[in-house]
Design a protein around this ligand. Structure first.
Ligand code: GLN
Length: 199
């Protein structure tokens, strides 16, 4: 059984652990480089990406995270975690760092005031069964993707144009929404399969 870590600097850590604990994996909170060494894959939770970035620097985790991602550790980011895995961020604050790894540009708080929080049904590539009931909370969307990135799902934005909200690049996955909050473990299972080398 692989060990899946959840980056526990800030954000909805407990919710991710709760879902992962229903799957066939060991789980661990990660707030130190030593803890990072013990995991086979890492979930970066939702929360607030500028705070997460600052804390990653303060805890000496930013460089170790970059190193492990570069070395091929699978990782899955939700919302603020998606921002952390992006190579480029629109709407970043001064000094905001990311781990990077996914060749994409994400726009923070992209869905705007009217729809800061909403639910939508999303068809996710690679998921069997019904569309995924996705919860968005001040969510980013993906503006641009590089050639190595596969788009897994989109939703209509405020103007009706399709906006990318789920992507994969090799062992890295990211979603704008929060599957840890809606009681459907299929996306976490997809990530666990990826860590086990089955996806
Ligand atoms: N708006 C937040 C940010 O930019 C992300 C929100 C979330 O993770 N639910 O970091």
């Amino acid at each position: 059984r692989p060990t899946i870590g959840v980056l526990a600097l800030q954000g909805d850590v407990a919710e991710h652990l709760r879902v992962l604990d229903t799957l066939d994996v060991h789980t661990a909170e990660v707030i130190s480089p030593d803890q990072l060494d013990t995991v086979d894959g890492l979930v970066l939770p939702g929360g607030e990406s500028t705070t997460m970035s600052k804390l990653a620097v303060r805890y000496g985790l930013l460089e170790p995270l970059r190193k492990r991602v570069r070395a091929g550790m699978p990782a899955y980011g939700t919302c603020a975690g998606m921002i952390m895995l992006a190579d480029r961020v629109e709407g970043a604050v001064e000094g905001q760092e990311t781990v990077g790894g996914i060749d994409m540009t994400v726009r923070r708080n992209a869905f705007g005031r009217q729809t800061e929080s909403f639910e939508a049904s999303v068809d996710i590539d690679g998921l069997d069964g019904a569309p995924f009931d996705a919860l968005f909370i001040r969510a980013p969307w993906v503006e641009r993707t590089g050639p190595e990135v596969t788009v897994l799902g989109s939703v209509p934005g405020p103007d009706g144009a399709g906006r990318i909200v789920a992507v994969r690049q090799g062992g890295l996955m990211a979603t704008s929404f929060h599957p840890e909050l809606t009681g459907d473990a299929r996306i976490h299972r997809l990530f666990v399969d990826l860590v086990k080398g089955h996806a």
